[in-house]
Design a protein around this ligand. Structure first.
Ligand SMILES: [Zn+2]
Length: 136
């Protein structure tokens, strides 16, 4: 609905709200959010994405993604294999390993961050502050 008293700014806001609402209505189907398939891959780091996560300035036919590796600027070392004991817990069919896998969420929650300590070293006014952090 447009009126003659609508200002340019209020018109822009109304049109933006309408666009957001139309976008939201297209995405929701029966209360479920449908993002489509996660079938996009960053050319630099092979991270997986939904198409809607593409960089705003890239095209639908050749999407680029910047939230993973900043377009190839960030390179992480390859993930190392776990120590043999942990690998065995994840792959073995022994009772200890089966029990470990059954309870891994509880172990992870218990050990996530039971205590945190930090020593602060201030170097002076308006300079960086360095900390030594310890997790127990
Ligand atoms: Zn990437």
């Amino acid at each position: 609905m447009s009126t003659t008293s609508e200002t340019l700014v209020s018109r822009k806001r109304r049109l933006q709200r309408d666009r957001v609402e139309r976008h939201r209505q297209r995405r929701f189907d029966g209360g479920c959010l449908d993002l489509g398939n996660m079938n996009q891959t960053c050319l630099h780091c092979s991270a997986r994405f939904w198409l809607c996560e593409k960089d705003r300035n890239s095209s639908l036919s050749s999407p680029r993604f910047a939230i993973c590796c900043a377009g190839g600027k960030v390179r992480l070392p390859p993930v190392l294999d776990p120590p043999p004991y942990l690998l065995d817990l994840y792959t073995s069919s022994q009772l200890e390993a089966i029990s470990f896998r059954k309870n891994i969420r509880a172990y992870n929650g218990i050990l996530a961050c039971s205590s945190f300590g930090a020593n602060t070293v201030a170097t002076g006014y308006n300079e960086p502050i360095y900390t030594e952090n310890l997790l127990y």
